[in-house]
Each structure stands twice: as structure tokens, then as C-alpha cells.
Ligand binder design. Structure first.
Ligand code: PEP
Ligand code: MG
Length: 535
């Protein structure tokens, strides 16, 4: 009889799942080191393998996504690319480096095009380049079976989003962090996830029990290991039922202070499981996670349709849509390029450096605004000039829509408070109409500890008092303006943080959908004016 083996990690997304595990180990991204000795044949094989992989993806994809993939296939089939790279290889350059060099000159041509549509193709070429590179470097194909437990060093947001979680499944990461974006996505969709387990070895056909609440993983669980109420349950049967309280997300603390609770949304499908009458609307829409392909960044109509759908779902309740927060560990890192690190071109910085991306999104938002109560929020703001520049661009696009006779409305502009330099100077942001604290980033920047690095995960928790102190001072600095100020970072979903956040003066909490009920219940039991529980 097999024996079970228990491993401890960090609970990143609550819920228990039992299922077959798939171990996915990718090599590190050090192309130069691994490229040595690869020749023309390796490149030819990688291109041909990439074509078949992309072809099978295209066959299974909806027609819109398939068109993007067809474009990649056509380009890969064009012998010009191969010939150019092969020429470099014959001159002594390693295949991977030759492929990068060849593709980068093509990418520059696309990026330099005056034609907006052609310019948008650049990101597809970047994806394609990386696809062939992954194959050449021997990195496994970025898919895994539906319903399985994904076990790996880490998982990219794009891989998470491309996966069908409707049949269950879970995630176990050797590294990873409970504060990463994938962890937030997993929480939003009730996908059990454990991080920081360290390397795990799995035998043949392993079965795992993943408990994302306690952070434990059991390899080959025996019946004694399985909690009485758990079997191979479908994901939807876990978690609270957010439909219980149709209170429009307006709850009163025990001492009668009114507090609003909204939801954070990262995918349109999440709306299917939330009754809007249980929320004050959407407090944060992470638009970067709605992009299924890099070229969607330039698809104004598709963005407009998504935003309109959310406004209609909200049925008159406030919907706060955040401009793309690309860069850092977010979707499509290739768009941000080498400067898109956590401390580089990310969020509003990236959008202002590539205003063609911002202009498309601005038009989609302006057109969606008449369909409800839209508010637009800027990510990663550091200084007031960034807000002013963004407002100017949005107004310019509004003027163009007016000239073209297109129906639109200019929505109020607000900002994420997630960069310490901004948090300390909130009263100087005179053009801003609302604020929302992003404690996931505020925490990582305050503690100088990357949110996706498990080696420093403990520092985030240890920095909590510093985050509270900063929020309290920030809120106090703008209290006289009467402007709305809320929080949409994960701290808002943590009932243990709520007493202090209420003390700080926050009255709007935007939370992960699976935490909605717990947060509302906790707020009802607390006093907003010192002190604590009602009884
Ligand atoms: C945050 O930083 O707290 C936040 C809500 O934004 P994101 O997690 O998307 O970076
Ligand atoms: Mg953030």
C-alpha cells in the first residue's frame, strides 16, 4: 500500500481539491547560457514544432483567437525568417541568439509602422519569437490537462488565464508567492493554491490533495487524510455563497457607520457567479487580464464590448475600471520589454511611454461610459504630472469622438495608491476624484520585497504595521477634501485587517469575490469608531 506524504507551504487560495498532479518543470530563462551549440537544424525543428503546436491551439480556439494564431503560422512558414536566421548561424552565431536577432529586426519594422493595425502585429511577432525560443530551449509547452493539479516552480498569469478551471484543479508552486497576481486570480476563481513548498518529487501517476487554506499538500492521500466533507468535488462547491445578502454592498458597522463593499474582477466569467445586488459594484477591474492576446491591446471594439458588458451587469452600480497595468509580473511582459520590471515601466508609466495603447483604451472607455456609472482608475501613479498627462490624452480622445459624432462621456478619474511616494503626497493630486489603496504593491514597495519572491514573503506580513501607518497618514492628509478613498488590495479581503483599515478611515472595500460574504459579516460585527467588536 502506498503511503501518503505531507508537505507544508503557504496557503495562497483557500479550498481543498484532490486530483491527478502534473509536474511542469521549465528551464530558466537564461537564453544565452543554454543556447551554446544549437545550429540550423535545431532552429528548423523548433520552427516546425512551433507551427504544429500553434496549429493545434488555433484549431481549438474561438475564431477570433484563431486568426491571431493563423498570422503566426503564416509568418513561421515564410522561409525568409528561417533563411535570415540560418545565415547568422552559419557565421558562427548560436541558433537561439540568431533567432532573437532576426525576429527583433522584424519586430522593430512592425513597431515603426505608421499603420496602427500593422503596429499591433508587433506583439504577435514577439509572442511567436518566444514560442520558438521556448521550444528551442526545451521549455515545455505551456499547457496542462484540465482538472489536474499543476505543480511547478511558478505559473505565469497568461498560462493561468488560458487554462479551463471549470472542471476543477489546483496549483502547487515550489516558489511563487501568496501576493502574486496569479494568487489573486486563483482566489478570485476559488482555485485552491499552495505556494512555497520547495521542490517536490512525484512518482508515477501521483494524486495530490491540495489545501489552499492551511497551505498543506498531501502526496497520494489515504482515506484517513481526506476530510470527511471532501471528495473529488467540483470547484464550484467550495467557498461561500455570495448571493445571500442582496444589500447592494452597503453594510453598517455595529456603531452605524456606512461602508461599501465592491468586488475585484479579473475576468468577465467571474460575473456569472456574482449577484450584482450583493455588491456596491466593481471596485477594481484589472483590464490587463481581459486581454487574451497581445493584439487585443489595440482592439478598441472588443475592449468597448467587455466594458459595456460589465456596466450592464452592474445595473447602475459604480464600476471602477483600471487602465492596463502592464509590466511587473502582469500579462504579456514582452509589451513592457526589458524596462518593464516592478521598478521600471509599469502601469501608467508604460501607458504614457506608449500612448498609442492608452489612446485605444481611452476611446473604448469613453464609449462605454454612457452605459452606467463608470470611474476610470490609473495604476502605479507616482506623481501628479502622470495624472495630468493621462487626463489630457483622454480629453483629446473625447474631442476626437465628439468630432466624429460618436456617443461618449468623460468619466471621473481616480488613482491607485500603491507607490509610497504617491501615498505620502496624496493632497498634491488635485486632478484626482477618488483614491484606492493597492496594498499588494504598496506592501512590496514599502518592504523592498518583491511580491512574487517567496524568499521574502515573510517580510510582507512583517511590514503590515508600516502599511497601516502609511495608509492612516495618507487618508488623514486628504480627509478635508471629502474625496472617496477606498482599498482594493488583498488586505481588504482579510477580515483580520479590517478593524485597523476602518480605523484608518477607509469606508470602501473592494474585495475578491470569494471573500465578499466574510468581509461583509466582519464589518457588521465591528465598530468603526474606536473600538473593536460590538460585544
Ligand atoms: C494592489 O497592488 O494592491 C492591487 C490591487 O493591484 P494589483 O494586485 O493588480 O497589482
Ligand atoms: Mg497593484
Amino acid at each position: 500500500m502506498t503511503e501518503s506524504h505531507r508537505i507544508s507551504g503557504l496557503g495562497a487560495s483557500a479550498g481543498i481539491v484532490i486530483g491527478p498532479a502534473v509536474l511542469v518543470l521549465r528551464k530558466e530563462n537564461d537564453v544565452a547560457g543554454q543556447a551554446d551549440g544549437l545550429g540550423v537544424e535545431a532552429l528548423a525543428r523548433a520552427i516546425s514544432a512551433a507551427i504544429s503546436t500553434i496549429q493545434s491551439l488555433a484549431d481549438a480556439a474561438p475564431s477570433k483567437d484563431a486568426a491571431i494564431l493563423d498570422f503566426q503560422i503564416e509568418m513561421l512558414r515564410d522561409p525568409t525568417l528561417f533563411d535570415m536566421a540560418a545565415e547568422r548561424i552559419r557565421k558562427g552565431v548560436d541558433a537561439a541568439i540568431a533567432w532573437i536577432g532576426t525576429m527583433d529586426s522584424f519586430i522593430a519594422d512592425f513597431q515603426g509602422s505608421d499603420d496602427e493595425l500593422l503596429g499591433a502585429r508587433a506583439v504577435d511577432v514577439i509572442d511567436m519569437k518566444n514560442h520558438v525560443l521556448d521550444i528551442m530551449m526545451g521549455r515545455p509547452t505551456r499547457t496542462f490537462p484540465v482538472g489536474s493539479i499543476y505543480v511547478s516552480r511558478d505559473i505565469e498569469p497568461s498560462l493561468f488565464l488560458a487554462h479551463d478551471w471549470s472542471k476543477g484543479g489546483g496549483i502547487v508552486l515550489f516558489n511563487g508567492s501568496t501576493a502574486s497576481h496569479v494568487a489573486a486570480l486563483a482566489r478570485a476563481r476559488n482555485v485552491p493554491m499552495v505556494t512555497g513548498t520547495g521542490p517536490i518529487e512525484l512518482g508515477a501517476e501521483p494524486i495530490l490533495l491540495v489545501d489552499g487554506g492551511t497551505g498543506s499538500v498531501i502526496i497520494d492521500p489515504q482515506s484517513a487524510d481526506i476530510p470527511a466533507n471532501v471528495s473529488h468535488l467540483p470547484r464550484a462547491e467550495h467557498g461561500a455563497d455570495p448571493g445571500q445578502y442582496p444589500d447592494n454592498g452597503r453594510v453598517e458597522t455595529a456603531d452605524g457607520i456606512s461602508v461599501e463593499v465592491s468586488v475585484n474582477i479579473s475576468a468577465l466569467s467571474e460575473l456569472d457567479h456574482i449577484d450584482p445586488a450583493t455588491t456596491a459594484g466593481v471596485g477594481l477591474l484589472r483590464t490587463e487580464f481581459l486581454l487574451s492576446s497581445p493584439s487585443d491591446i489595440f482592439n478598441e471594439d472588443e475592449q468597448f464590448a467587455a466594458y459595456r458588458r460589465i456596466m450592464e451587469w452592474a445595473d447602475g452600480r459604480a464600476v471602477t475600471i483600471r487602465l492596463f497595468d502592464l509590466g511587473g509580473d502582469k500579462a504579456f511582459p514582452t509589451i513592457a520589454g526589458e524596462h518593464g520590471s516592478f521598478l521600471g515601466l509599469r502601469g501608467i508609466r508604460l501607458l504614457l511611454s506608449k500612448p498609442e495603447i492608452l489612446r485605444v483604451q481611452a476611446r473604448a472607455l469613453l464609449r462605454a461610459a454612457p452605459f452606467g456609472q463608470l470611474r476610470v482608475m490609473l495604476p502605479m501613479v507616482t506623481i501628479p504630472a502622470e495624472v495630468e498627462e493621462t487626463a489630457t490624452i483622454i480629453q483629446e480622445e473625447a474631442d476626437l469622438l465628439s468630432a466624429a459624432g460618436k456617443h461618449h462621456r468623460v468619466p471621473p478619474l481616480g488613482m491607485m495608491v500603491e507607490v509610497p511616494a504617491a501615498a505620502l503626497m496624496l493632497e498634491t493630486f488635485r486632478q484626482v476624484e477618488f483614491f484606492s489603496f493597492g496594498t499588494n504593491d504598496l506592501g512590496q514597495y514599502l518592504a523592498a520585497a518583491a511580491r512574487d519572491n517567496p524568499a521574502v514573503a515573510g517580510l510582507h506580513a512583517a511590514a503590515t504595521p508600516a502599511i497601516f501607518r502609511l495608509i492612516a497618514a495618507s487618508v488623514a492628509s486628504i480627509v478635508s477634501t471629502g474625496l472617496p478613498v477606498g482599498i482594493c488590495g488583498d488586505m481588504a479581503s482579510d477580515p483580520q485587517c479590517l478593524p485597523t483599515l476602518l480605523d484608518c478611515g477607509l469606508r470602501h472595500f473592494s474585495v475578491t469575490p470569494s471573500g465578499l460574504m466574510a468581509v461583509k459579516s466582519a464589518i457588521r460585527a465591528l465598530t468603526a469608531n474606536p473600538r473593536r467588536t460590538a460585544n
